[in-house]
Design a binder for this molecule. Structure first.
Ligand code: ADE
Length: 235
């Protein structure tokens, strides 16, 4: 039986999903409220991880170990890096890197963790079928004027609101968007042989005043990401 573990970092990214679930069974473990039940006809467990890579990795591993999820979906917001992106657009990850993982002191490329080729960052590859479903769902759900693109998501334990850091992440990782959890969930998924998808609505452009844009768009973007997740589950 397929069970989808759905992770958002913040209330705005999960509450709208939990509100639409049926047969809910909430369980609190390690300070996290895991809501088991059905969403769009699928078995799901929805949980707010909290912000950042460690919180996300802990949560993802618990979903695998304790709730037996067979796929992980990370939904929410991101800062846009790709010049094609505007706020309210969507990025579906082809893969995820950790932009603040740094073993350059040993001659490895920024973001390199393991593997034979240390001249490149370690990219955790998203599941192609889930990525395809997310894009198809976006086509149905995105309002006129918003678009969906695919690309690499760069995650790190920093809210990017600085043009120099933004330029660095684009240059080093060729990333489409940045956020703070996706690559940790990706790493956990890959360690457990579980497929994953990351879908993120653009809330800001990861530069000056990104925090203002984020605050203004948080509710809208969280809801839109939720709508796309539900359409994806239906499909
Ligand atoms: N999530 C949404 N916008 C972000 C940004 N600019 N940096 C990190 N995480 C984000």
């Amino acid at each position: 039986m397929a069970i989808y573990g759905i992770i958002g970092a913040m209330d705005s990214e999960v509450q709208n999903l939990i509100a639409r679930m049926t047969d809910t069974r909430p369980v609190e473990v390690a300070g996290r409220l895991f809501t088991q039940g059905k969403l769009a006809g699928q078995h799901v467990v929805v949980v707010k991880s909290g912000i950042g890579k460690v919180a996300a990795a802990i949560t993802a591993q618990m979903l695998v170990d304790r709730f037996g999820v067979t796929a992980l979906i990370n939904t929410g917001m991101a800062g846009g890096l790709d010049t094609r992106l505007a706020v309210k657009d969507l990025v579906v990850a082809t893969g995820a890197v950790q932009h603040d993982f740094d073993l350059t002191a040993f001659g490895h490329a920024p973001g390199y963790m393991h593997g034979e080729d240390d001249s490149r960052p370690t990219v955790f590859e998203a599941d192609k079928a889930l990525c395809h479903l997310a894009l198809a769902a976006a086509e149905q759900v995105l309002p006129a004027g918003s678009k969906a693109i695919t690309g690499t998501i760069a995650s790190g334990d920093i809210f990017v609101d600085d043009s120099d850091l933004k330029a660095h992440i684009i240059r080093q990782f060729d990333a489409a968007a940045t956020e703070m959890e996706g690559a940790a969930i990706a790493q956990t998924a890959c360690a457990n042989g579980v497929p994953f998808a990351i879908l993120r609505v653009i809330s800001d452009l990861a530069e000056h005043q990104a925090n203002v844009s984020f605050d203004e768009l948080e509710v809208y973007a969280g809801q839109l990401a939720g709508d796309i997740t539900v359409a994806m589950l239906k499909a």
